[in-house]
Write a protein that binds this ligand. Structure first.
Ligand code: NAI
Length: 379
């Protein structure tokens, strides 16, 4: 894949009339150069930041470690704990420094308290600080999981650092509150280029841009226009656009019309959750947060699963798949394939399913089965 989407644009967004807040935001998001900074690798082993997060995160990470050990993956983890109950961000900045040092990380989700408007989401802050501008989630039906629809295969490319997640809200006068949705031409262009390049490199046929430009004519309007402009460089790929409301209905009634989708931050997370719901729920699909220099891997729908803590009931497959994506990123193809195949066989062939998939297996039953496949393949 070329690095086109990491190139700074010739002209930054023309925002002579924009507010200081928007300017600050834009400057913070100016794309970094695509310098190929080497990842930490001591004695042939990679070091990766592990952020267990809340809820079932720590339990899932213990499975990842176990699976890596049996697969012989040459990876050491630097574990960083994030505490959502503290008011300062020291833990977060430790984690960010660790990912910067190591080049990549794997994480569970970090709880964000709804009743504390003064505390920003650590998940979002991390994506912004590491410039992880795209969240890529490959939503593919699993033949062993019985769902209403079969054969869904959609790749969601979600804008991951701006839009509705700008976290710039204020009360202008009593009883009137505002939330800024910020879209920059630059970030939109690199997102679209990333999506089209990925589609081309992976033999996909169509890229659909999802928007609400009939109401948000300036913000979503620009989002749509940039995609249209970028699409001209990829004539072999069909390009269309769809309003988010209709898109949700179409996803439920005819999901097979979608191939690769580009969405703003909020539409992206809603649509990802919708599609994951169609193909097996929160415990199956992984997601990758990608930027020009760093990458962080996690379960696709980012739930904490807190109601399942200590119950040995959570489905570990989403986190194990995220751990395979991480190995792909490190170019440890053999180990990635070993783990992905073992998870695939467990879910689709042996049908060892946890309760969320209608089965009765425990988390440990699933992990044990994955380990058995790894042992058999490496004997
Ligand atoms: P949740 O953690 O309550 O999970 C939703 C449902 O999925 C629950 O029934 C849970 O048991 C189930 N579930 C989750 N993972 C599972 C697994 N591996 N196996 C089986 N079942 C599983 O999700 P909710 O309420 O959406 O989020 C909880 C917290 O995460 C909140 O604090 C929220 O702020 C934060 N969050 C943050 C996001 C972000 O990107 N910043 C995105 C979504 C949630």
């Amino acid at each position: 894949m070329t690095a086109n989407f990491f190139k700074p644009l010739a002209g930054l967004a023309r925002n002579t009339s924009c507010t200081n807040l928007a300017l600050t935001y834009q400057v913070r998001n100016v794309s970094l150069t695509a310098a190929n900074i080497p990842m930490a690798r001591y004695g042939g082993r990679h070091t990766v930041t592990m952020m267990p997060g809340d809820g079932i995160g720590p339990e899932m990470m213990s499975y990842v470690k176990e699976v890596y050990k049996h697969a012989g993956a040459p990876v050491d983890f630097e574990t960083v704990t994030l505490d959502p109950s503290t008011d300062n961000y020291d833990d977060l900045y430790n984690a960010i420094a660790s990912v910067k040092r190591n080049g990549c990380g794997i994480k569970g989700n970090i709880e964000t308290k709804m009743n504390r408007p003064d505390i920003k989401s650590r998940n979002v802050e991390m994506r912004n600080e590491l410039d992880l501008f795209v969240n890529r989630i490959h939503c593919k039906s699993q033949p062993g999981i019985k769902t209403r629809h079969e054969d869904i295969d959609i790749v969601v490319m979600r804008q991951n650092t701006e839009g509705e997640y700008a976290m710039l809200e204020h009360e202008s006068v009593g009883g009137v509150v505002e939330s800024l949705k910020i879209i920059t031409e630059q970030s939109t262009e690199r997102l679209c280029r990333y999506a089209f390049e990925w589609a081309r490199a992976n033999g996909r046929k169509k890229v659909t841009l999802v928007h609400k430009a009939n109401i948000m004519k300036v913000t979503d309007g620009m989002f749509m226009q940039v995609a249209k402009r970028v699409s001209a460089d990829y004539p072999e790929l069909e390009h269309n656009n769809m309003i988010i409301d209709n898109c949700c209905m179409q996803l439920v009634s005819n999901p097979w019309q979608f191939d690769v989708m580009i969405l703003t931050n909020l539409y992206g997370t809603i649509v990802t959750n919708l599609i994951c719901g169609l193909i097996g729920g929160p415990g199956v699909i992984s997601g990758a947060n990608i930027g020009p220099r760093y990458a962080v891997f996690e379960p696709g729908t980012r739930n904490t699963g807190s109601s399942l803590v200590g119950m040995n009931k959570a489905n570990p497959c989403a986190m194990l798949n995220a751990s395979a994506d991480l190995l792909d990123h490190l170019k440890l193809d053999y180990h990635a394939q070993l783990i992905r195949t073992a998870v695939d066989k467990t879910v689709n062939l042996d049908k060892i399913h946890t309760e969320d998939l209608g089965g009765q297996a425990t988390s440990i039953d699933v992990v044990q089965n994955v380990l058995n496949h790894i042992k058999a393949a490496t004997k």
